[in-house]
Design a protein around this ligand. Structure first.
Ligand SMILES: Cc1ncc(COP(=O)(O)O)c(C=O)c1O
Length: 368
């Protein structure tokens, strides 16, 4: 939750126009398949409520994917009415009651969960809507093929549950076409088997952003896209920028140390800026002495260890850098850009983690 009063200059700016264009592009690419906008983990740090409202208001998506009942309830609490699928496997089983009450569709990946959701629906006297999840090689949650058939029989004979979909998750759509093909083939065989058992009208879905863009065969009835909507996939526009302002500036002599553990020592006289952003904001300590920050349209190196609330930056070459000058940690300034991919490389991680880790104390500011 963003603080009510925003004084500290550190903020994440989210360009709604970029999200809009990304969703329009995904929708067009996927059609006639439907688009499920994955907004779990606070829309990968971008703000789930604001982006879901935008997408719903403008009819950009069919529905939303979240990871937990809590995330789904947050959308419902904000007035989002579109279909919401909880992608996680629900536990404790009392979660089904909350989910059914709030019209959240749930994922069923075990026979035990199938029995529990049917029981919860019967008790409430309200139909539960489920998507069955098949394990095809992701190795996270998902029922194996024989269990899927049993789950389907259990749910469809319960009279309390509507089985609306069958899905799987691709583990390596961006790195291994052969494995992806095997996952998709196994999925198609299983859906065909379910059809033989009388299953009709199930929404079949498998594709994440990468698969939806790269593999038309993976689109099936619906695609579930997150990262491309946020512009962190090739051909899409990054929506989020992390910005702050210089709060302190000093000149140091040769030999001066900067930050904890003396990990940087000036080898000449330098002008150093302090910015109010650190690992408490999700600006990783792994960026210490490695990342660049944009100030005055130039790349300025982080000096010493990133601390919890502040980071020091070399502004020796930026003559007019002063207290109040803008500093861009992620995003564009002038002709320069720090991308999430660049930061992810420095930290040995992926772009998903760079944006998702921006902490809740950083206000999200939405720009049209
Ligand atoms: C089950 C499921 N579907 C879809 C997605 C969206 O993936 P992406 O952000 O790569 O589009 C995720 C995200 O991890 C997921 O867990």
């Amino acid at each position: 939750m963003a603080p009510a009063t925003i004084l500290r200059p550190t903020r994440a700016e989210i360009r709604l126009s970029a999200v809009r264009r990304n969703l329009q592009k995904l929708k067009k690419t996927a059609a006639p398949a439907r688009l499920l906008f994955v907004v779990k983990a606070n829309a990968y740090g971008h703000g789930a409520v604001e982006l879901a409202r935008l997408a719903e208001r403008e009819g950009l998506v069919w529905g939303f994917g979240v990871s937990s009942v809590e995330e789904g309830l947050a959308l419902r609490g904000a007035g989002v009415l579109a279909p919401v699928l909880v992608l996680g496997s629900l536990y404790p089983f009392e979660s089904f009651v909350e989910a059914i009450n709030a019209d959240l569709m749930v994922t069923i990946a075990s026979l035990d969960a199938a029995r529990q959701v049917a029981e919860a629906a019967r008790r409430l006297g309200k139909k539960a809507v489920c998507h069955i999840k098949l394990e095809t090689g992701m190795g996270r949650i998902g029922a194996r093929r024989p269990s899927v058939l049993k789950i389907y029989d259990e749910l469809s004979s319960s009279g309390a549950v509507s089985v609306a979909g069958l899905y799987t998750h691709l583990s390596s759509a961006d790195s291994d076409p052969e494995y992806t093909g095997q996952q998709l083939a196994f999925f198609s065989e299983t859906s065909a088997e379910l059809e033989l058992r009388g299953a009709r009208g199930l929404a079949l879905h498998a594709a994440n952003s990468c698969a939806a863009v790269k593999y038309p065969v993976s689109r099936l009835d619906m695609v579930r896209c997150g990262i491309a909507a946020y512009g962190l996939a090739e051909g899409f526009e990054p929506a989020l920028a992390l910005k702050t302002k210089i709060i302190f500036i000093k000149n140091v002599r040769e030999g001066a140390y900067v930050s904890y553990d003396k990990s940087f020592r000036a080898d000449r006289g330098m002008k150093i800026a302090t910015i109010p952003a650190g690992y408490g904001d999700g600006y990783l300590r792994r960026f210490s002495n490695k990342a660049d920050v944009l100030i005055g349209g130039r790349r300025c190196r982080v000096l010493g260890n990133v601390t919890m609330d502040m980071t020091m930056v070399d502004v020796t070459g930026v003559k007019d850098a002063s207290v109040g000058s803008e500093a861009v940690l992620l995003g564009r300034q002038g002709d320069e850009e720090i991308t999430a991919a660049e930061l992810a490389d420095l930290a040995g991680t992926i772009t998903y983690e760079i944006v998702t880790l921006i902490t809740s104390r950083v206000p999200r500011v939405y720009l049209e």
